[in-house]
Design a binder for this molecule. Structure first.
Ligand code: HEC
Length: 128
């Protein structure tokens, strides 16, 4: 449960239940954070069209090399860019119906695919 504290308060128990069910498809030793599970549907519905193939230079989900410099900016900055738009990245991925929490979850999903979610969250944390 290393990263499960992330956004845990925002997600009701049923999400945890889904996590448990989906756990069968994942590496059993690797607990997937709730936000990552919630983000998959958002990713598939809105972000995938660009972030699966790298349209217009969009960093490809799961490509750690493409995501590393972006993760280093910190999750908060990535979220801000997703909300406002960034270069060729349209605001909210062009889907105005998405809430900040949806965007946050979709970003977590993409970062997690490249094993960079912890890196991005750590970059946000104030220096000890
Ligand atoms: C129409 C294509 C398109 C869609 C749809 C899209 N993106 Fe992007 N996204 C891009 C492109 C292109 C970039 C690279 C922008 C750049 O670096 O100039 C990008 C970059 C990003 C970045 C990195 C920003 C940074 O600071 O480096 C994040 C985070 C992101 N997108 C999140 C999302 C999320 C979340 C969604 C779905 C809700 C989404 N994108 C949907 C095209 C898209």
């Amino acid at each position: 449960m290393k990263t499960a504290h992330v956004n845990a308060r925002r997600f009701p128990l049923w999400v945890t239940g889904c996590l448990f069910l989906l756990g069968g498809c994942q590496n059993a030793t690797d607990t997937v954070p709730e936000s990552v599970l919630a983000g998959e549907a958002i990713f598939t519905g809105t972000c995938k069209v660009c972030h699966a193939q790298g349209i217009n230079g969009a960093p490809i989900a799961g490509n750690a090399k493409m995501w590393a410099p972006r993760a280093a900016q910190g999750k908060a900055t990535l979220l801000q860019h997703a909300i406002q738009g960034f270069g060729m990245m349209p605001a909210k991925g062009g889907n105005d119906t998405l809430q900040e929490s949806d965007l946050s979850a979709a970003i977590d999903y993409m970062l997690y695919q490249g094993k960079l979610l912890d890196t991005a969250l750590a970059a946000d944390a104030p220096a000890p």
